[in-house]
Design a protein around this ligand. Structure first.
Ligand SMILES: Cc1cc2nc3c(=O)[nH]c(=O)nc-3n(C[C@H](O)[C@H](O)[C@H](O)COP(=O)(O)OP(=O)(O)OC[C@H]3O[C@@H](n4cnc5c(N)ncnc54)[C@H](O)[C@@H]3O)c2cc1C
Length: 485
């Protein structure tokens, strides 16, 4: 009779396992599948695949170029955005077309459903609900061989892509006294996996980010606000509409009915409330020590760093067609909830507002990305790839671009083919990955046009021309129609 411990066999074998169904994970899964790999996408909740943690907007300057590059390499972010956009603007339209930047406000629920549907359209991607507790690694933790979930399920693979976003030892803060473990509002933090990766010798850093409160649109006085209409026109993020409609998206139509956004401002009364309560903000009261994204500042930062600014603009953005909730863009905060409500009610048009969700800040682990090679594989652990916010970036688009590269390369790794590395001259994704693995990050990294030496020639409107030859070469597309005009 055997007396050794029972080792549970793997329930299924994959070429590539992807952990996390966010913006990096979904692109990684689809890209690896398009390369020809059998992929398992394991994520804590299937319902939150494609969830936008913060502002439901895709694109903008530099970021929109990444969305179109992801699309030109067979990714899904552009297609999902086209299916979910409820307000569209072309930024920089007063300048030359070379710097035009599309930005879309999305219906949060529609976007999520579009992403899930587009992922599940790939027959080679198996979606699995499970919270990953640990990686299965060969003796000495030098090779990734699969994973095990908290629910006790095991899956094996020859490559694993980790895309767990802000979830690794995530801690949420509202004011200086409310500290909750969590990966984002309402979802648990990932602790076991974080501890295992630390034991495996990886260097760890801590960053923070924040999100504003949401409000009930029925409690807003719109007569005091400036209305901003959508500029929807004959624009698609994705070139794929020319050849392919999502097969299982059923009722979804491209470009849903457009909704207006509303503009107001934080004035002197709100600024005074913030100044008087600044020590009770998690970020200013000492509860959080880590660095946040400089270019998505909290309202506390704006008030303290720009004391002479008379007012700060606020955009009220619809969260979706099926809800009255509004996103209060410009008011990211970690003040106590009661103070947040006072600040909101100081804003013209929001005097009687009801707050549906309080804003919060979150601190989380990231891994300094100089620990990765240019294929986004961890140098010290063969077959393990990282993509997205865990590499110290911020933003959906930055996550999607990395996810695509990590997914392609994980797929190529299992096929024993050379990795794909995009040059800085070919794409913003190339700039992003090169910056990460060669320079590292000292604050949450986001893309700007100024990061690219080739910004005059690397544009959102020519991404297909730049990258389709690579996509075709890698067989990321099922048909060669893509190069047709
Ligand atoms: C509060 C908050 C505010 C933010 N504010 C901004 C901002 O102002 N500007 C900006 O550009 N970006 C902001 N972001 C960041 C933006 O949301 C991320 O950059 C982007 O979502 C990162 O994508 P990702 O795929 O790396 O991770 P995520 O989108 O976070 O996806 C992570 C996925 O991993 C899954 N997961 C985690 N742990 C496990 C596990 N153990 N097992 C299985 N699945 C797991 C999760 O369920 C999720 O599906 C904010 C994020 C948060 C949470």
């Amino acid at each position: 009779m055997s007396s050794g411990p029972h080792v549970q066999p793997a329930e299924a074998d994959f070429d590539v396992l992807v952990i996390g169904g966010g913006h990096a994970g979904t692109e990684a899964a689809v890209a690896a599948a398009r390369i020809g790999a059998k992929v398992g996408l394991v994520t804590s909740s299937l319902e939150t695949i494609g969830q936008m943690s913060c502002n439901p907007a895709i694109g903008g300057v530099a970021k929109s170029t990444v969305v179109r590059e992801v699309d030109a390499l067979g990714g899904i972010m552009g297609r999902a955005t086209d299916l979910a956009m409820l307000q569209f603007r072309m930024l920089n339209r007063s300048k030359g077309p070379a710097v035009w930047a599309p930005r879309a406000q999305c219906d949060r629920g529609l976007y999520r459903r579009a992403v899930r549907s587009l992922v599940e359209d790939h027959g080679r991607v198996h979606t699995i609900q499970g919270t990953v507790a640990r990686l299965l690694m060969s003796r000495g933790s030098i090779k990734a061989e699969g994973l095990e979930t908290l629910e006790g399920r095991r899956f094996s693979a020859r490559a694993v892509v980790v895309t767990t976003g802000t979830f690794l030892r995530g801690r949420m803060h509202i004011g200086t006294t409310t500290k909750l473990p969590g990966g984002r509002a309402g979802e648990s933090a990932t602790v076991d996996l974080a501890e295992q990766l630390e034991r495996a010798g990886l260097v760890i850093g801590r960053f923070k980010t924040g999100t504003p409160p949401r409000i009930d649109g029925r409690s807003v006085d719109y007569s005091a606000l400036t209305r901003q209409e959508s500029e929807i026109e004959d624009f698609d993020y994705s070139w794929s509409h020319f050849w392919e409609q999502p097969r299982r998206s059923g009722a979804m139509t491209r470009h849903p009915i457009q909704l207006p956004c509303w503009i107001t401002y934080l004035g002197s009364e709100g600024k005074t409330i913030i100044e008087q309560n600044i020590r009770s903000s998690a970020m200013y009261g000492g509860a959080i020590g880590s660095l946040g994204p400089r270019y998505c500042p909290s309202v506390e930062d704006k008030v303290i760093k720009f004391p002479n600014a008379e007012r700060h603009q606020i955009f009220l953005e619809p969260e979706g067609h099926d809800t009255n909730e509004l996103y209060v863009n410009g008011l990211s905060t970690s003040l106590p909830a009661a103070i947040q409500l006072d600040v909101l009610r100081s804003v013209p048009g929001l005097e009687s507002v009801r707050m549906t969700r309080a804003g919060y800040a979150i601190e989380y682990d990231y891994y300094p990305p100089t620990q990765l090679d240019p294929s986004l594989q961890v140098k010290s652990i063969e077959g393990l790839f990282f993509a997205g916010q865990i590499n110290g970036t911020t933003g959906y688009e930055e996550a999607a671009g990395q996810g695509l590269i990590a997914g392609v390369n994980a797929g190529l790794f299992t096929l024993e083919r050379d990795p794909v590395i995009l040059g800085r001259e070919s794409s913003y994704i190339g700039v992003l990955v090169d910056d990460l693995v060669t320079k590292g990050v000292d604050e949450p990294y986001r893309l700007f046009t100024s990061r690219s030496e080739f910004r005059l020639t690397v544009r959102q409107d020519n991404a297909l021309r730049r990258l389709a030859p690579i996509g075709l070469d890698l067989t990321l597309y099922s048909e060669p129609w893509i190069l047709r005009p």
